[in-house]
Structure formats: C-alpha cells, structure tokens
Design a protein around this ligand. Sequence first.
Ligand SMILES: Cc1cc2nc3c(=O)[nH]c(=O)nc-3n(C[C@H](O)[C@H](O)[C@H](O)COP(=O)(O)OP(=O)(O)OC[C@H]3O[C@@H](n4cnc5c(N)ncnc54)[C@H](O)[C@@H]3O)c2cc1C
Length: 472
Amino acid sequence: MTTDVLIIGAGPAGIFCALGLLGKGDGRRITIVERGLPIERRSCPKERVGHCVGCQPCRITTGFSGAGAFSDGKLSLSHDVGGDLPDLLGADFTQQTIGRCDQIYLDFGADPHVEGVGNPQAIAEIRRRAIKAGLKLVDCPIRHLGTERAQQIYGRIEAHLQEAGVQLLFEHECLDLLIDDTQEGKACQGAVVRSTKAGQSAEPFQIVAGETVVAAGRRGAAWLDGLCQRHGISHESGPMDLGVRVEVRNEVMDDVNNVLYESKLVGYPRPFRDKVRTFCQNPGGFVSQENYDGGLAVVNGHSYKDRKSKNTNLAVLSTQHFRAPFDRPIAYSQQVGQLVNMLGNGRILVQRFGDILDGKRTWAKELSRSNVVPTMPDAEPGDITSALPYRAMTNIVEFIKAVDLVVPGFAAEETLLYAPELKFYSNRVLMDEHLDTNVSRLHCLGDSSGWTRGLMMASVMGLVMGEELATR
Ligand SMILES: Cc1cc2nc3c(=O)[nH]c(=O)nc-3n(C[C@H](O)[C@H](O)[C@H](O)COP(=O)(O)OP(=O)(O)OC[C@H]3O[C@@H](n4cnc5c(N)ncnc54)[C@H](O)[C@@H]3O)c2cc1C
C-alpha cells in the first residue's frame, strides 16, 4: 500500500496535521493509522458496570481524537501552558497559532465563552494569597469544551476528514518504521502496520509513504522511545512528572473555580526545590482511570459541561529531570506506577491527606466518615506513601500545605489523594523549527514527541506540521 502523507495516531496532533494539509488545499493522499475505534464507537464500559474492565486497547486513550475524546476538553489559550513548543517555534508564532486552532475548534462547535478572564479584582486577591504562600499563579484563559461536547466536536472533525477523502485506518496498529540507512543518511519510507480487527488477517504489511508523521500520544510514548533507540532517531531525556490526583468538595475550591475555573499554581517547596504544580483542574468533575500497555492503571480526571459532581479534582505533579547516565524516564515512571498498582491489587490507590501526615494507611470505613465522597468508587483505600518515591511524596505534601494558604481547606484531613498520576511525555525527540528529525521525511508530534502536554499545544503542533508539509 502507498500514500503521500502517513500519520500514525488520530489524536489532536494527528488530526490537526491532516487539517493543516487540507486547509492549504493540498491534494495529496493522507492516511491515518489508529489503534483504536472511530469516535462513534468509543465508550468506556465503566460507565455501565461501575468498574474498569481493562479494555485492550483502553478506550479512554485510544481511537479518533486520542486522549482528547474523554478529556475535560480544557483548551489552554496561553503559550505559557501545555509544554515547551514555544522553545521550538517561538512564543509569538505559537500564540498566533493557538488563536487559529481555537478558531477551528469554534468552527466545529466549541462554546464561545472563555473562562478565567473576568473579575480582575478577585484574581488579584487570589494572586496576593499565592505570593504569601510562595506560589506563582499563572494566568491562562481557558475554553472548556466539556467531555460530552468534546466528543461531539471531534465527531464533526472525523466526518469532515472522511468527506475530504482522508483514509482513516481504525483498529490498525503501527509496529515499526521503515528506515533506510544509506551513505547520504537515514530516511523514513513509511511504516509497518497490522490490523487488530476481529476476523481480519493480523499479518503485518507495509505502508510506503512520502512523509511519515508519528503522533502516538502518551500512550505511544514508550513505543516511540523504543523506536528512537532502535533507529537512531535523535532524542533526549526530558523532565518527568510524577504525582497524585487531589479531590476535595466544591465548597473548598469555589472561590478559585468561579473566578479562574482552573488555578495554575507553581511552587518550589523545601527541601528539594523541585518544580511542583497544579494541573488539569475539574470543577464538579470526576476522577477517572486510563490503562496503558501491560495493564498499568493510571489516574486522571475530567468534567462534563452539564453533569456535575459535588467535588473538584486536580493533579499535583512533581517534576524531576534526571541527567546522565540515566536516560529512561518513561521506564522509571512505569515502574513507580506498577508499584502503586501492586499495593492496590491492580487498582488506583486512594488515601486521605490526614492519614499521610499521621503515617497510616486509609481504610474503607474511614472514607465514609468524610464530607468528600470519592467520585472513583472502585479506587482502593491504602497507602500511597509506601510506593511513591520519598522525594516526589515530600514535594507533594509540602506543596499541598502551601496551596492551603491560597485555598483554605485544601490540606484538610479528609482531602483525597489518588495515585499514580503519571504523564508519559519525558522522551523528547530532537527536531528543528520545521519539525524535521535527523531522519529525513520523519516527523514526530504531540505528547509522544515530548514537546506538548495538552490538547491545544498538540493541536498547534499538528497544524504547523500539516501546513509545513503542504509547502513541500
Ligand atoms: C482523562 C483525560 C483528561 C484530560 N484533560 C485534558 C484537558 O482538559 N486539557 C488538556 O489540554 N489536555 C487534557 N488531557 C490530555 C490530552 O488529552 C492530551 O495531551 C492530548 O490528547 C495529546 O494529543 P496527542 O495527539 O499528542 O496524543 P493522543 O491524544 O494521546 O493521541 C494519540 C493516538 O495515537 C494512537 N496510537 C498510539 N500508538 C499507536 C500505534 N503504535 N499505532 C497506531 N495508533 C497509535 C492512540 O491510540 C491515540 O489515539 C487529558 C487526558 C485524559 C486522558
């Protein structure tokens, strides 16, 4: 099989790459290979049965729109948030492209309302408390799609791509890249793919392509890391995020939720002075689970536009950047995650903050005494501190105490901490400003490339790539 542009992964990065090509009127053949299902067939069985049944591949993270479909759909509209793309593309160009991607989301039906821009006096008051607590408050306007509306918007984009003639190969897994190693250097000729559809041959076959774009997301990050090592694709070990998902009653977060929607707070607590930050805040949201290869269960969170819980959840992430000789940050995070899963008998662990300070595990009967009722009822009460590394755990505890000065009640005894919250974007593929790797005709996008950490930045990187390829 042959194509002109082969895109591996139908997450926001891959989708916006195709939109970028189409937007420039490029008539070349575009093929997208995606492990998961079309958006209309994506549903998480947990909604019906109440617990994770371990779909392979996980429907929360695979399929059309990737991890975006069941995400909260918060589009961060500032180049200061969502990864390090400005270092590659320049801050002004990145911000301008955020504007164009935002317009595309609006054209496909996003809510025109933007959160976090009104009420400057209330924002100033929150910032005053943050300064006192030694934390930085990052300003970031947010467009909230909402989980159910995100699915509708991406559904319209899927239909648009199909109408425009883009070939979408669902339930097809990319196994390897076709790399030619000649005297002139390495060049990518396409990829090796196999169908995972029931009743279809699983025999691997080649797709020969003029340009190959890998946009495999966090789910494909470990796989891409392996390809980098095997094929000599230039890469480096980037910063690694390890953390917990915190859940409190909405009453605790109301001030911040109503004014900012999402509080982006950053601190460097004693004694390690590592960067620790809040991430992905979901007012009235639900704590959720995503599964990675090998059955690794990882916690996340999302919120609907209309259906609301009594709780707010958000991630607290501790960032570390390991240096030489260590260069396997993804494998490190996976091992930490497996240790947490082991203690929870394969489930997400949950512990009360007060129990952590008292040096004891949490028991199920103790959870029922609290105001806050877990929105993930199948999480296993236990002891996170026996599995998370001392440094990350200390960073998280000290940071939560500091946030309590900005949001009184945040460090309450009953505050829930779920683990492991892991982000697999720490293998960074080295590229120039045209998104070219050291292997000619090979490009890497989105969270798997290590340059982005969110929907908007992954979309921006995809759009820039598509428009760049259209000029070639
Ligand atoms: C529950 C949840 C909530 C979130 N909330 C937000 C939010 O509110 N705001 C925000 O900015 N971000 C949020 N995120 C993160 C956001 O979804 C990701 O940052 C974004 O989707 C990254 O886009 P991507 O295209 O790089 O990768 P992905 O969206 O992960 O897409 C990658 C795709 O590649 C496919 N793939 C991987 N390997 C292969 C292979 N070998 N062969 C074929 N296909 C492959 C996968 O199946 C997947 O569909 C959330 C994530 C989750 C899980």
